[in-house]
Design a binder for this molecule. Structure first.
Ligand code: MV4
Length: 450
């Protein structure tokens, strides 16, 4: 097992990893930008090294600065957290060239799954259900028109280097398909340096269901059940839960087994998430793989009782997975809300500033994963998430009641937060009945600015 790990991240997830390591007897080295220097959460690490100015592209995203800190800090491994360099295959490669273990998948698995067309080919080989569409990249307008004719409109144009909804375009007829292809390819070239696009049948109003998996370096893969993340706005998740509501057990088992087959076929190691969309008939379709630990991992930890960060570290050090699939339960219901320093009534504008008063809820089955405190200054430089509130109860109605009670107890003064919007969602019949889809919040819960 490693004795010392560097955490190449900040805020909530850096603290989450420091805490996991402390319990395992592993020392931690923190990196921080000038903006985070002296922050309270850094005291949970054994040492902290400043790696550059506030701007992420001059600190948390600079590979050579992080490697330098890892050398100075004398660590054996790096945990990347989520965001920043977590899915950067070049970073994973450099770590291993420097004889530092990257706590995540191999650069090879990352690059194969990072290309959506290649990921779909692997999924097809593993007999995982795909959305009908093009077999691979679109090579001409004429080809795209023939495929659209075959699968029927509406169709969705996606960038092979995209993901997370970046560079997607819906087309409902030949004219918008032709225009969309050109625009999507140009946008993808600019954003990802890769103009490749593919076509899929557009599934209207899907649910977003994703499967947590973890794989060791000895060929064992298990799933840790699924999460429903349909409560989102512009691809930013607001609420996540496990198990997925209104999904029959047989479908849940099938989707989880499909995820395991895909991960085995990709020779993927460490923790990852296989993302699906689910239509009104509970048919599921593979969408993409997220090759990192995700923000919403705590809901899975609550229902399975497994510490995913500790397990990531164990499998990265070469330990075999300690349990068989049948020993991984999905007990009760867990819900997570993301609390962001944003104004939901003002187009989610970031709301940086000093937190002048903070009262955090507690009680049975309540977990608060956050680096903030009264007096903390939320800066303008990074993602606006300031914490995650997670509840775990025997049943979903109890979890909803608990979350509502917690949000009522919450006091955050000095900045605007998404708490009022979260309360509205939790009180909406669509959420209470487990009937959210990925379009619901934008269509029903937001005051449209004219
Ligand atoms: C889709 C889709 C409908 N049909 N693919 C958006 C994010 C990216 N990971 C995949 N996404 C979608 N792919 C087909 N063929 C709808 C979405 C989608 C979505 C998916 C998951 C979570 C939120 C979403 C919000 C809008 C659209």
């Amino acid at each position: 097992m490693f004795q010392r790990i560097l955490v190449a991240n900040r805020g909530e997830i850096a603290l989450r990893v420091f805490r996991a390591c402390r319990e395992m007897g592993i020392e931690t080295v923190a990196v921080c930008s000038a903006a985070d220097r002296g922050a309270d959460y850094l005291k949970a690490a054994n040492e902290s090294i400043c790696i550059g100015p506030a701007a992420a592209n001059q600190s948390y995203l600079v590979i050579k600065n992080i490697i330098a800190a890892a050398e100075i800090g004398n660590v054996q491994a790096i945990h990347p957290g989520y965001g920043f360099l977590s899915e950067n295959e070049h970073f994973a490669e450099v770590c291993r060239e420097c004889k530092i273990e990257f706590i995540g998948p191999s650069a090879d698995a990352m690059s194969k799954l990072g290309d959506k067309v290649t990921a779909k080919e692997i999924a097809k080989q593993a007999q995982v259900n795909l959305v009908p569409g093009s077999n691979g990249l679109i090579t001409s307008e004429a080809e795209a028109l023939v495929i659209a004719e075959r699968i029927g409109y509406p169709v969705l144009i996606k960038a092979t280097a995209g993901g997370g909804g970046k560079g997607m375009r819906v087309a409902r007829n030949d004219i918008s398909l032709k225009a969309g292809l050109k625009a999507a390819a140009m946008e993808a070239e600019k954003a990802f340096n890769n103009a490749g696009v593919y076509l899929e049948k557009y599934i209207e109003n899907p649910r977003h269901v994703e499967v947590q998996i973890i794989a060791d370096t000895h060929g064992e893969v298990v799933h840790l059940w699924e999460r429903d993340c349909s409560s989102q706005r512009r691809h930013q998740k607001l609420i996540e839960e496990s198990p997925a509501p209104n999904l029959p057990l047989s479908v849940r088992e099938d989707i989880c087994k499909a995820a395991v087959r895909l991960i085995q076929a990709a020779k993927y190691t460490n923790a990852g998430t296989v993302e699906f969309i689910v239509d009104k008939n509970n048919q599921f379709y593979f969408i993409e793989v997220n090759a990192r630990i995700q923000v919403e991992h705590p809901v899975t930890e609550m229902v399975t009782g497994i510490d995913l960060i500790q397990q990531q570290i164990r499998v990265a050090s070469g330990e075999p997975l300690p349990w068989k699939q049948r020993a991984i339960p999905c007990q009760g219901a867990a819900i997570e809300v993301r609390i962001n320093a944003e104004d939901p009534d003002n187009d989610f504008r970031p709301s940086p500033g000093k937190i002048t008063k903070l009262r955090v809820p507690g009680g049975h089955g309540v977990r608060w994963d956050s680096h903030i405190h009264e007096g903390y200054v939320v800066g303008p430089y990074y993602d606006s998430m300031i914490g995650k509130l997670i509840v775990h109860k025997p049943t979903r109605p109890e979890a909803i009641a608990c979350m509502k009670r917690c949000l009522d107890e919450f006091v955050v003064e000095g900045i605007k937060t998404t708490i009022p919007l979260l309360k509205r969602i939790l009180n909406h019949t669509a959420f209470v009945e487990g009937k959210m889809d990925t379009t619901f919040i934008e269509q029903n819960l937001l005051v449209k600015s004219s």
